[in-house]
Design a protein around this ligand. Structure first.
Ligand SMILES: N[C@@H](CCC(=O)N[C@@H](CS)C(=O)NCC(=O)O)C(=O)O
Length: 219
């Protein structure tokens, strides 16, 4: 096995993929994309000019986009935990929930965080306000969806939960999941208790001071 992952421990999309690696103890070389290793960043930028992490190199093949990397691992490096259900209908449901968490939780969370990194005069108050509204709507839909469920889809911890873990983790920091959404809050706690997720969260602890609005003193 010759896997190299270009990633950063504090990045939500990188955590999504790291959780998949950790679920099956898949060995890989970790090239951390930080200021301490400019060469890693140069290699990554050549692999993927869009420079959105993570990126995986498997032998002579570069694989990008977190969901595609996880599907690639499921296909090429299967382990004891099924990264994607084998049943096509269940796999489709997992992909739907994966898209849900990326587009309707991760994206608005990133919008709020990214706006804080802009110079004050370039902030997008309208876009940020929309992102908060989207998170409210998204949490409300999830509250119903998660009723009576342990994980996002019935067949067990899947691609969808890997997208859910970092997105709900950080979204709650910028837009608290209201108390009335008990199913969503409990699901977030279940995700955080999963050893693969706990490991990804722990590895990112040293970087919490970088969180633009300030990381809350919890989790
Ligand atoms: N759709 C991509 C999104 C990746 C992404 O947005 N990564 C963030 C880090 S969490 C990034 O590289 N941001 C750098 C930038 O926006 O310039 C995926 O699923 O991998």
């Amino acid at each position: 096995m010759n896997l190299t992952l270009y990633a950063h421990p504090f990045s939500s999309y990188c955590q999504k993929v790291l959780i998949a690696f950790y679920e099956n103890d898949i060995p890989f070389e970790y090239r951390v994309l930080g200021p301490e290793d400019p060469a890693a960043f140069e290699e990554f930028a050549k692999l993927w000019p869009l420079k959105r992490m993570p990126a995986l190199v498997d032998g002579d093949r570069a694989v990008v986009e977190s969901s595609i990397i996880i599907e690639h691992l499921a296909l090429r490096h299967p382990g004891r935990v099924q990264l994607l259900p084998q049943d096509p209908a269940a796999a489709l449901e997992a992909r739907f929930l994966d898209r849900y968490f990326d587009h309707y939780v991760m994206a608005p969370m990133q919008k709020i965080v990214a706006d804080l990194l802009r110079p004050a005069e370039s902030r997008d108050a309208y876009g940020v306000s929309d992102a908060h509204v989207l998170l409210d709507t998204s949490y409300a839909w999830l509250e119903t969806r998660l009723a009576g469920r342990e994980w996002a889809i019935g067949s067990g911890f899947s691609l969808a939960d890997r997208a859910a873990a970092p997105s709900l983790f950080y979204a709650d920091w910028v837009h608290r999941i209201p108390e009335q959404f008990a199913n969503v809050r409990a699901y977030r706690q279940r995700l955080l208790a999963r050893p693969s997720v706990a490991r990804a969260v722990d590895e990112a602890r040293p970087f919490r001071k970088l969180f633009p609005p300030g990381a809350p003193d919890r989790d």
